[in-house]
Design a protein. Structure first.
Length: 226
């Protein structure tokens, strides 16, 4: 579904990825773990064709460059227009039957016709989740979308993501380990400008691996400050 081969990405004099390689199969949920500044959002933007690589090859759903109809990704609430309602945003999508189904599923009827500037974080997250899903593309990216959700909608979102993976690749991110362990078939760590991938199948102690990753990240930050 997704193949990155020797991908390098630099911003001015800073290297984000250096000849990084990664292969992800479809029909699964893959969590991408990385501290702020590690390149996680850059990776998502590249897949969604919002950014380009410096060098290397990317194939998404058998296309050499991800096209707009391949990946669905709304980075955060900054993609929303504050003076429009949630309903205004959702009217832009073709599948209005799916829109209404998702509004009902997430119990969004009470706020969907209010202006976004009056939304709580959880309301904005629900709108972003719905917008991402209704595009019905083979690759869906949810970047920290569970933040701010009440417990009920958090469980609803996780349940729906697990249903979606039957015919899609779901890329997911969270800073909370219990979210990652609950939802992931595969976990990808971004470290040293490359990808380190592990199956979440019980054969690897993901808690220990995660703690080791966090400790290494802290050491790297400390080293940069010296």
């Amino acid at each position: 579904m997704i193949d990155l081969i020797n991908v390098t990405k630099t911003f001015k004099n800073k290297s984000v990825f250096n000849k990084a390689t990664l292969s992800l199969a479809g029909n699964q949920i893959v969590s991408v773990i990385g501290p702020n500044g590690s390149g996680k959002t850059t990776f998502f933007n590249i897949l969604a064709n919002y950014d380009d690589t410096t060098s290397g090859k990317i194939v998404v759903a058998n296309q050499k460059r991800p096209e707009n109809e391949t990946v669905s990704f709304f980075a955060d609430s900054n993609t929303l227009v504050e003076d429009l309602t949630g309903w205004n945003h959702l009217q832009l999508f073709k599948n209005q039957g799916k829109v209404k189904e998702l509004i009902s599923y997430f119990g969004a009827e009470s706020f969907i016709k209010k202006k976004v500037k009056k939304y709580s974080l959880g309301m904005k997250q629900i709108l972003i989740i719905i917008m991402t899903i209704v595009e019905e593309r083979p690759v869906l990216i949810f970047d920290e979308v569970l933040n701010g959700l009440d417990p009920l909608n958090r469980q609803k979102a996780i349940h729906y993501f697990k249903q979606l993976k039957t015919d899609k690749l779901i890329l997911f991110s969270s800073h909370l380990l219990y979210d990652v362990l609950e939802i992931s078939d595969e976990i990808v760590f971004i470290k040293n400008q490359k990808f380190d991938s592990h199956q979440n199948n019980g054969l690897v102690d993901m808690n220990s691996l995660y703690q080791q990753y966090v400790e290494e990240a802290i050491q790297n930050v400390s080293s940069d400050e010296i």
